[in-house]
Design a binder for this molecule. Structure first.
Ligand SMILES: NC(=O)c1ccc[n+]([C@@H]2O[C@H](COP(=O)([O-])OP(=O)(O)OC[C@H]3O[C@@H](n4cnc5c(N)ncnc54)[C@H](O)[C@@H]3O)[C@@H](O)[C@H]2O)c1
Length: 330
């Protein structure tokens, strides 16, 4: 992978910048020289956390507002060069319980961003964060960017729809838009409080407290993962490459792991004991089986390569959380 590009002189807007992925992006963009503005409503159901910008609060602009507020988005988008949209209603099970909220944030919120850009800043580069769960059940292996999408939960369906909005604005209005789909991102500043936001970071939280890591079934289903620094490197590279316009990318690690392997690795490197139990009905309903995804296109087009493997990533994650656990579990 090339060295990360300098962002000196670039004005970057990060919606959802107080959450897990957004805040790691904020730290990195600052380090690379960008002028950064965060736009986030600190949704209490999300991973949004003021502690995520501890130490850099005075170096960034923070707008506490909702992407569903069109005027707010219009004002924030003015004079920006790049927008990373990391704001989302991010829970698969909650999207089944509250589908209308999910549509509101994940579809209407994205349209607000696109309309604001089209009307007031059509030259901005927009990087939308997508999710590999848009694919649903794997029809061929490895999954690549041509794989059909049949999502099995409302969140994934709405993320799929919003990705299409982003691409439509790119093609219809010749705007510079791109999508990077992520999978099971783990690392510092993640939402380790609740199982509702993906199993991996929740397991990290359980491991940090030395409790039982509960795996449903035999945990044999394969999952793609990515350490957060690698995920945000892909987002930044996509934001700087003209050839990413109109394209979709998968940014996942080189190797996929069984859920049981991930749990065992967390137990070994962070803490906790792995316990196997029967599938709860509501989880089994939205389970997708194996997922094996290719990152070939992302490597070729963006000159990106994951740098941190599972063990190294878990050790870095433990080192980050150990002194500030109360800020994330309180
Ligand atoms: N974490 C993962 O493993 C993963 C995997 C695939 C895709 N993604 C995608 O990455 C993006 C970021 O996810 P994350 O894991 O950082 O989640 P997160 O919950 O930690 O962060 C989401 C942020 O968005 C903010 N937000 C929510 N609704 C908002 C609204 N209406 N207006 C303004 N801000 C709002 C929240 O306050 C929070 O700070 C999402 O688009 C998600 O779909 C994440």
């Amino acid at each position: 992978m090339d060295l990360m590009p300098s962002l000196k002189g670039q004005r970057v807007l990060i919606t959802g910048g107080l959450g897990f992925i957004g805040s790691n992006l904020v730290h990195k963009c600052l380090e690379l020289g960008a002028e950064v503005t965060i736009y986030d409503c600190l949704d209490p159901r999300s991973g949004g956390n003021m502690y995520n910008v501890q130490g850099i609060k005075n170096s960034v602009g923070i707008i506490l507002n909702d992407i569903r507020n069109f005027e707010g988005v219009c004002a924030a988008i003015l004079n920006k060069d790049v927008l990373f949209n990391c704001a989302a209603y991010t829970s698969h099970p909650n999207s089944m319980k509250e589908p209308l909220i999910d549509i509101d944030v994940n579809c209407k919120g994205v349209i607000n961003i696109l309309e604001a850009a089209r009307r007031f800043n059509p030259h901005i580069k927009i990087v939308q964060v997508g999710t590999t769960t848009q694919i649903g059940r794997m029809q061929f292996s490895p999954i690549d960017e041509t794989h059909p999408e049949f999502p099995v939960d409302i969140y994934s369906a709405n993320k799929s729809a919003s990705e299409k909005y982003v691409l439509i604005y790119g093609s219809a209005y010749r705007m510079r838009t791109t999508v990077v789909r992520l999978a099971n991102v783990f690392g510092p500043r993640s939402n380790i409080r609740s199982a509702d936001f993906g199993f991996m970071n929740y397991f990290v939280g359980i491991g940090l407290r030395g409790k039982d890591l509960t795996v449903y079934g035999d945990g044999a289903q394969l999952r793609n993962i990515n350490y957060v620094e690698d995920a945000i490197a892909a987002l930044i590279l996509a934001s700087q490459a003209d050839k990413s316009d109109g394209e979709v990318f998968f940014a996942v690690a080189d190797k996929e792991y069984a859920v049981s392997e991930i749990a065992e690795a967390i137990s070994r490197n962070i803490g906790g004991r792995v316990r196997y139990v029967e599938w709860p009905k509501d989880r089994e309903m939205i389970e997708i089986g194996h997922a094996v995804i290719s990152n070939k296109k992302t490597k070729a087009v963006l000159n990106w390569a994951p740098q941190t493997d599972l063990t190294a990533g878990l050790i870095k994650t433990k080192d980050y959380f150990a002194p500030c656990l109360g800020q994330y579990l309180g």
